[in-house]
Design a protein around this ligand. Structure first.
Ligand SMILES: Nc1ncnc2c1ncn2[C@@H]1O[C@H](COP(=O)(O)OP(=O)(O)OP(=O)(O)O)[C@@H](O)[C@H]1O
Ligand SMILES: [Mg+2]
Length: 416
């Protein structure tokens, strides 16, 4: 195998699966050329709990992608999840004294991000730019050239506990891969699942995975809130296993084949009016597992997850009028009736998001809601690739300012 310098690699280290995607620049377009998808090990609720097991799964995932692509992975962008993630609103101001805003003012105004007082043991993972205001007039995405007395910026700072971040970096180093950048899972997913129009109008993205459910809210084109809830599809499976005293594998099968949030969906899907009593399997004591009972178990947990996500989102202090749609992704978003249940709980129209990204090659392998984070990592990496490794990792303030400037520039690109 030989190394091709133009490889872009994203590794989504999830609770259920580890996905390595390798893309390469070919003839001016990016082509997906390696996919390594293996069951995850050593992770709980999005966090590494057994580094040895996790390294094993990671190594397998990378090897599969390398074999398919015929290249060696040397550096990669990896995802970060877990309920240790926190967000803080961040406001800063700069006096202009009646002159026009220049580029350096932006560096200065965002540079103050370094002064954020972090709780002990936390790192800044992302600084997400919100809007600029000049003399109190908001909604400005690109203030350069505008005249006023004071320039203000509203941003959202995403922080994470140092321990889990170090574990992810160590995991990558264990398998000989340089961590080029760590990206919050829903931020990566949002890159490929949401349209700019949705971000402008206001949208709530909910990624329901195996061990966590993430929420990310956009309004007026910018990220307003991110949150993580430590519950996902694996909890639904465990509930089924406990309720019917069956093994996890069988519970997972029942969930995927028959699981739904209400009998109605199953009846509609199967067009079987009479089948509510259908026996799906038998527990260890040969007692039958019936559909309506399965639905009740699934429904209860799905509602709990959705309500917790909604409560988490409430911490963002956003008002309901700021968003008008719900987009779901993650492996659990395909569960029958989940979309409808989410619409009910959030009081919003919803859709299930399939990753959309201009990528040649066997895209069908990743065109599923569960691959949103993996594909999103490639998109995120492409937007940030020219930075040095120091600038990509959540390290010093220069890195954070660079990152913010980069993200601000993306917004300029949109309005210029
Ligand atoms: N057809 C299906 N019906 C219901 N649930 C499904 C289906 N397919 C996958 N799932 C569930 O999706 C979950 C895995 O989702 P995903 O692949 O997004 O997780 P992950 O990214 O590894 O985890 P996380 O992001 O929480 O760390 C599992 O709990 C699995 O049971
Ligand atoms: Mg995930």
């Amino acid at each position: 195998m030989h190394r091709k310098p133009s490889s872009t690699v994203g590794i989504d280290i999830g609770t259920t699966k580890v996905v390595t995607l390798i893309a390469q620049e070919r003839g001016g377009t990016l082509e997906l050329c390696g996919v390594g998808h293996v069951p995850s090990q050593g992770l709980k609720k999005g966090m590494v709990v057994d580094i040895e097991k996790a390294s094993h799964a990671l190594r397998q995932s990378i090897s599969r992608a390398e074999e398919m692509a015929g290249v060696r992975v040397e550096g990669a962008w990896a995802s970060v999840g877990g309920s240790h993630i926190r967000v803080k609103p961040y406001k800063t101001a700069l006096s202009l004294g009646g002159r026009a805003v220049v580029r350096e003012d932006i560096s200065q105004v965002v540079g103050v991000a370094q002064e954020i007082l972090l709780d002990e043991g936390r790192e800044v993972l992302h600084v997400l730019p919100g809007e600029f205001r000049i003399d109190g007039h908001g909604g400005i995405l690109n203030p350069i050239g505008m005249i006023g007395m004071q320039l203000e910026l509203d941003a959202t700072v995403v922080t994470a506990q140092m321990g889990p971040l170090r574990n992810i970096r160590r995991l990558l180093e264990n398998v000989g891969v340089e961590p080029l950048g760590l990206v919050l899972q829903p931020l990566a997913s949002a890159e490929v699942v949401l349209t700019q129009e949705e971000k402008d109008i206001g949208v709530v993205l909910v990624d329901i995975g195996g061990g966590t459910s993430d929420v990310m809210v956009y309004a007026d084109g910018v990220p307003r809130y991110v949150g993580v809830v430590g519950l996902g599809g694996e909890h639904i499976t465990r509930d089924i296993a406990a309720a019917f005293k069956i093994g996890l594998q069988e519970a997972e099968r029942l969930k995927r084949e028959y699981g739904c949030t209400s009998e109605r969906f199953l009846k509609e899907a199967e067009n079987q009016e009479e089948e509510v009593e259908l026996v799906l399997a038998y527990d260890k004591d040969r007692r039958p597992v019936r559909i309506e009972k399965l639905c009740l178990v699934v429904e209860a947990r799905v509602h709990e997850i959705l309500e917790l996500v909604q409560r988490e989102m409430g911490k963002g202090g956003l008002d309901q009028g700021q968003y008008s749609e719900l987009v779901l992704c993650g492996g659990s978003s395909v569960l029958r009736g989940l979309k409808e249940a989410a619409s009910e709980v959030f009081g919003l129209p919803s859709r299930v998001g399939i990753p959309a990204y201009r990528l040649k090659g066997p895209f069908e392998l990743v065109a599923k809601p569960g691959f949103a984070t993996g594909v999103g990592l490639l998109a995120y990496a492409r937007l940030n690739e020219d930075q040095t490794p120091e600038a990509k990792a959540p390290l010093g303030w220069i890195a954070r300012v660079k990152q913010l400037l980069k993200e601000v520039r993306k917004l300029w690109g949109r309005t210029d």
